[in-house]
Structures are given as structure tokens and as C-alpha cells.
Design a protein around this ligand. Structure first.
Ligand SMILES: CC(C)(COP(=O)(O)OP(=O)(O)OC[C@H]1O[C@@H](n2cnc3c(N)ncnc32)[C@H](O)[C@@H]1OP(=O)(O)O)[C@@H](O)C(=O)NCCC(=O)NCCS
Length: 288
């Protein structure tokens, strides 16, 4: 009796073969000016985070995934170069992220936006909305507040970096934690400055800023949760804005989570204004 082949439904039959992407596949992708990652960056990501990225040889569509902020437990889509089969590519990435033990897979809508229906079809939820603010440094208000002694942090000051990591993890929700490796890497950028604010010698707050010519960015600000609500946030913000102004910034930008009412009050009271055009969203799926 002839043995019949296993049945494939129509959707399966029409779906091109999805494979795990390795560095050997890079030449086959025909990367061009429209791709966000060049071959070298792609090679680095595929070697450091193997088994998480996928491609479709038939169409050369692909999804590239790397760790987020040097955190292996967060699988972040670095590039989704796919159109017709984009949802299938995301499903492949989700499967691999789950199988490799990641806590969450996420994709950030910074350089490209897709319709919410796409994410729904691909099984991703809206995780966060990130909103952005700007301030002209000419208008920095004077602040009186509790005395904070600020000190610049260098990579070699391991004890203070460890204090910053501990404060960061106590102050921010899990998704937004910066790993120790992320801080070490951040500190190597020449445009970056990381400062701690101490009360009686103890680290009570920290700020991280980046300066690009006449443009400054407040990358991080946090106050020890046990000391919040006492003016240390506004004192740290004033210090950061003054520092950026001294370094030549005429405007300062920053972003915060859409549900972080506390930081929004702080920024708005200080004079920052919303710049909705730079807002972006994070979509993803939690595995635990
Ligand atoms: C945001 C943060 C830095 C504020 O620090 P803080 O020491 O609590 O701030 P301050 O005491 O200086 O308060 C400054 C302003 O923030 C606002 N604020 C403070 N506590 C607040 C609360 N519980 N609810 C709403 N607004 C609040 C108020 O507008 C306050 O001004 P006011 O004292 O005149 O009312 C701190 O909450 C924090 O570290 N949060 C976690 C990290 C974070 O979210 N960083 C910013 C996002 S990137």
C-alpha cells in the first residue's frame, strides 16, 4: 500500500523555508544601502548571539537579533529586513528566543514603523511607549535643594561603577536596567560623561549624558528610591543641564517611559517640552 506524504496545509505549503542565520549566510543576503546593519556589524551580532536570527533563502528576507544593552536575557530585533513574510520571520525569531532561554523578545520602533496590526499578527504586544522631551539650555532655572556633591565616574573606578549599577537596578524597572557591562561600554564613548551625586559620601543619585557639538542628551537619571521625593531628582537634573550647557549644548533632549509619571512631572516642572515626533514604541513578547 502506498504511504501518503504528511499533509501540509495551504499556508505551510506557501511559506518559504525559514532557516537559522549564520555568518556564512551574510554574502547571500545581498545587503545594500537600505539595510541598517552592515556585514561587519551583522557578523559581530551573529557570532556573539548565535542561533537567534533567521532568514528565508528564497526571498533573502531576514531578522537579526542581538542582546539588548549587553543583556543576553533580552533578545532585541536589530533589523527586520522583511516585507511579505515579515510576520513569519518574527515568529521564527520568537521561537528561537524562547528556546534559547531569553526572558523577553523585543523590537524597537525607532528607525521604522509598522502598523499595530502587523505586531498583532506576529504575536507581539505593545510593551512600552517611550516619549521624548527637549529644553533650550538658555532657560535653565536656578535650583535650591539639598546639597549633593557631584563626582565624575571613570571606568577605572570600579567601586563607584558598582554603586551606580546597584542604584540603577533599585531605581529602574527590570526591563530598563543597565548591566555592568553596558555601563563599562558606555563609559568608553568619548562624548559620554557619567556622574554620581553623593550625600554624606554615599551615592544617592547618578546622571549620564552625551554631548554632540551643540546638542546634549540626558541618557540616564536616577535617585536612590529610599531618598526620592526630597529634591535630589531636580538637583541632579539641574546639574546635568548645566554640565551640558558648559560643554556647549544649546538644547538638551531626553526620553522616558510613557507611564513614568514621576519623571514626566520632574521634566515638565523644570521646563522641558514634549517633542512627540521623536516618540517610539517597544513591541515584544514575554516568555516568563
Ligand atoms: C525621576 C526621579 C529621578 C525623580 O527623583 P526625586 O528625587 O524623586 O525627584 P524630586 O524629589 O527632586 O522631585 C522633583 C519633582 O518630581 C515630581 N515628583 C516627585 N515625586 C513624585 C511623585 N511621587 N509623583 C509625581 N511626581 C513626583 C514633582 O514634580 C517634583 O517636584 P515638586 O517636589 O516640586 O513637587 C526618581 O523618581 C527616579 O530615580 N526614578 C527612577 C528612574 C527614572 O525613572 N528615571 C527617569 C526616567 S529616564
Amino acid at each position: 500500500m502506498p504511504v501518503s506524504a504528511p499533509r501540509r496545509d495551504r499556508a505551510d505549503a506557501e511559506r518559504p523555508e525559514l532557516l537559522t542565520m549564520t555568518p556564512d549566510n551574510i554574502p547571500d543576503l545581498h545587503l545594500g544601502w537600505r539595510n541598517r546593519c552592515g556585514p561587519e556589524e551583522m557578523h559581530r551580532v551573529l557570532c556573539s548571539y548565535p542561533g537567534r536570527s533567521v532568514w528565508l533563502p528564497a526571498t533573502r528576507e531576514f531578522g537579526l537579533v542581538g542582546p539588548w544593552r549587553h543583556r543576553d536575557e533580552i533578545a532585541a530585533v536589530r533589523e527586520l529586513s522583511a516585507s511579505r513574510n515579515a510576520a513569519a520571520v518574527v515568529e521564527g525569531l520568537t521561537e528561537r528566543a524562547r528556546d534559547s532561554g531569553a526572558t523577553v523578545l523585543l523590537t524597537m520602533e525607532i528607525d521604522e514603523t509598522r502598523r499595530p496590526a502587523f505586531y498583532e499578527r506576529a504575536g507581539l504586544d505593545l510593551l512600552e511607549t517611550v516619549i521624548t522631551y527637549e529644553l533650550g539650555t538658555a532657560s535653565t532655572p536656578p535650583t535650591k535643594g539639598p546639597p549633593l556633591t557631584f563626582q565624575r565616574v571613570s571606568t577605572s573606578d570600579k567601586a563607584t561603577v558598582a554603586d551606580v549599577v546597584a542604584l540603577d537596578h533599585a531605581a529602574f524597572p527590570w526591563l530598563w536596567w543597565n548591566s555592568a557591562l553596558e555601563f563599562q561600554n558606555y563609559l568608553t564613548a568619548p562624548e559620554v560623561e557619567l556622574w554620581v551625586g553623593r550625600v554624606d559620601g554615599v551615592v544617592a543619585a547618578y546622571i549620564g549624558v552625551t554631548i554632540y557639538h551643540h546638542w546634549g542628551h540626558l541618557d540616564r537619571i536616577a535617585v536612590d528610591p529610599a531618598r526620592q521625593g526630597n529634591g535630589l531628582g531636580v538637583a541632579s537634573l539641574a546639574f546635568a543641564v548645566r554640565l551640558l550647557a558648559q560643554r556647549g549644548a544649546r538644547r538638551v533632549g531626553l526620553s522616558t517611559q510613557g507611564n513614568n509619571v514621576r519623571s514626566q512631572c520632574l521634566y515638565e516642572r523644570f521646563g522641558f517640552q514634549r517633542v512627540a515626533s521623536n516618540d517610539y514604541r517597544l513591541y515584544g513578547v514575554w516568555f516568563r
